[in-house]
Write a protein of this length. Sequence first.
Length: 251
Amino acid sequence: MQLDGKIALITGGGSGIGRATAVLFANHGAKLAIADINPAGGQETVEMVAEQGGEAFFVQTDVSQATQVENMVNEVVERYGRLDIAFNNAGIEGHPVRTVDVSETDFDQIMAVNVKGVWLCMKYQIPQMVALGGGTIVNASSVAGLVGTHSMPVYGASKHAVIGLTKSAALEYARKGIRINAICPSVIRTKMVERGFAEFPQFVEATKRINPMRRLGEPHEVAEAVLWLCSDAASFVNGTALAVDGGFTSQ
Ligand SMILES: NC(=O)c1ccc[n+]([C@@H]2O[C@H](COP(=O)([O-])OP(=O)(O)OC[C@H]3O[C@@H](n4cnc5c(N)ncnc54)[C@H](O)[C@@H]3O)[C@@H](O)[C@H]2O)c1
């Protein structure tokens, strides 16, 4: 599963799953572009990659803004000359509330980052990969994109939409040598989840109990699956939504 000589772009690379994937990719030979709305987190990831002997640069990007996404992709190509791999991972969760209590502002924000952001990323990444004659993209969905999630209706809708975008794009570009897949983690120990647990500590044990493996996932366990999907080892895997969930959605 080596990525020697490959150029990889990771959005939301300043924290959690994106950061773990950046470090793993670098350890497997890729050169990295780390995009994030948060410069402190993004720079920290760049330093972590450098400490391991890898190469990365940071590009501040809000993935919900078309001009910023276009600039992000252009910067990668200007810096490294190509784009082989993209992990469109940036996402937000919103506050846990039932369907009737979601505000219009929250609906629009979650959709703008999680759905429009993934679409914009692919819109500007795919032409670069077509020009190269191939590439691979992984989009961050969730188990919330496979089954219903209580009190996170818009997050769930956004992650279902990511799978829809992924499958359509995978069909459209299969003959151009581009593989496009989605990853569907269950609850993974990251800042996103720590925020939720800080507000609702009673959910920590409950979350472990409802998983067949009776624990949370770790960011590196998702990163390993993303690495596989992006590597030649997964050369015939296209348009899939891969659960990394300890068996949660098999129940
Ligand atoms: N942690 C989980 O349990 C879990 C489970 C399933 C899916 N996911 C998905 O995995 C992805 C990563 O989640 P995480 O748990 O690592 O979260 P995280 O909050 O630790 O990291 C998300 C990163 O995305 C960045 N980001 C947020 N909005 C952005 C924007 N508009 N533009 C660019 N960057 C932005 C944040 O600054 C942060 O660095 C998300 O899409 C999330 O929905 C997470």
